[in-house]
Design a protein around this ligand. Structure first.
Ligand SMILES: [Zn+2]
Length: 222
């Protein structure tokens, strides 16, 4: 049975065929498309599944729902939130993920670079190429040594984007995923981790204050 992450509800569900497969005109391949219904009780919306194959089905209604890899519309578009990151940087980071989820790899990499540039600028680091800014972020203890090293390893793909050689160079999905993962890690180390630690510290101070107030209250009561 066809199973996928439903583009409407985001759950991994079984897709139940609700229309006969239609064979559509296409060059070189045999392309079939059909309507499917999400089996999630709370969703039940329709998606279109499409398959491209060599040669026709003999019994499309039986064979097509058994396909393991259909293309689905709508797709699931990931837009994660970055709650402790300055708003404009957070929105751009979220868009980098959205690009990844629709396989717009060059777009994802270009945005991920913009996010790292903006993060450095937010911390007052504005000089030199991106890689120098990443080194400086490490110098100033915003990011870890391992993160700096990985940034050096994955930077090549990103640099091609910046230098406008984009159309000449392939952008394999793994490279784009690595660059977006690096962006996530930098946001984690610069903003999100410290924000969580500050919240812990604040909680502790609040608790101490409450305890002191309680003790004072006990002492002053008759
Ligand atoms: Zn659904």
């Amino acid at each position: 049975m066809a199973s996928t992450v439903c583009g409407w509800c985001g759950d991994r569900t079984h897709m139940i065929p609700v229309s006969k497969p239609i064979r559509v005109p296409a060059l070189f391949k045999d392309v079939y498309t059909a309507a499917f219904q999400c089996s999630n009780e709370r969703c039940q919306r329709l998606s279109v599944g499409t398959v491209r194959r060599e040669g026709r089905y003999t019994a499309p209604e039986v064979e097509m729902p058994k396909e393991l890899s259909l293309e689905w519309e709508p797709r699931t578009i990931r837009r994660p939130e970055f709650p402790n990151v300055p708003e404009q940087i957070a929105v751009t980071a979220s868009e980098a993920h959205a690009c990844l989820s629709i396989e717009a790899y060059r777009g994802a990499v270009a945005l991920a670079r913009a996010v790292v540039e903006a993060t450095a600028k937010d911390k007052g680091i504005t000089r030199g190429p991106l890689v120098a800014k990443i080194d400086e972020m490490h110098q100033q203890n915003f990011i870890r040594e391992i993160t700096r090293q990985i940034a050096h390893e994955v930077r090549e793909g990103g640099n091609e984007i910046a230098h406008g050689d984009l159309a000449d160079e392939p952008m394999p999905p793994e490279d784009a995923e690595a660059i977006v993962a690096l962006m996530d890690e930098i946001l984690e180390e610069v903003y999100q981790g410290p924000a969580r630690m500050l919240a812990l510290k604040q909680n502790r101070l609040d608790r101490e204050q409450r305890n002191t107030a309680k003790q004072n209250g006990t002492q002053s009561s008759p």
